[in-house]
Design a protein around this ligand. Structure first.
Ligand SMILES: [Zn+2]
Length: 170
């Protein structure tokens, strides 16, 4: 647990820390409100209840996880002004953490309900659920691409209209 706590702490620190472009700091970032030692103690006491070798359930899907593969989630995402404090942290599995991303807790619940409904629908199975999860994760790139193309097309239309107006001889 010692190593895992250290890695999670470093990753968290990097995520909220200062941003640089080249040599110059573009954003001073924020300090974590606890030390590495405090974080490890919190994991030991609050997550593993004093037994670092025991398996614990993921707080979202109840899958068994342990000190080797535990992920720490900001319940209210940092990107949504969630607190950096220990009381905004939960232990979960990697899949739940990646799927949740920057979703608000209600949006994450709805996403999981949706996947669960699909997985339990007649004719669908666990594979469909996994596939859907992957598509949701990667598909957003496709949606963004479509939106960008539509925006560019509108811009071209507007420019053409402006040009046509300039060329009108009155
Ligand atoms: Zn999970």
């Amino acid at each position: 647990m010692h190593d895992r706590a250290g890695r999670i702490y470093s990753a968290m620190k990097r995520r909220v820390g200062p941003r640089y472009r080249g040599e110059s700091m573009t954003d001073p970032g924020r300090e974590l409100p606890f030390s590495r030692e405090q974080f490890e103690q919190w994991m030991l006491d609050m997550i593993f209840k004093g037994k670092p070798d025991q398996a614990i359930p993921c707080c979202y899907c109840n899958k068994w996880i342990n000190a080797g593969n535990v992920w720490i989630d900001h319940f209210i995402p940092i990107a949504r002004n969630g607190s950096l404090d220990l009381d905004n942290l939960l232990a979960c599995c990697q899949q739940c953490n990646v799927l949740k991303g920057k979703l608000s807790p209600p949006a994450f619940d709805a996403t999981r309900d949706f996947i669960f409904r699909l997985a339990t629908m007649e004719g669908c199975n666990q594979k469909d659920a996994v596939e859907l999860e992957t598509r949701l994760r990667h598909g957003s790139a496709g949606i963004r691409y479509k939106a960008e193309k539509e925006f560019a097309a509108k811009q071209r239309e507007r420019k053409a209209a402006e040009q046509a107006q300039l060329e009108t001889p009155w």
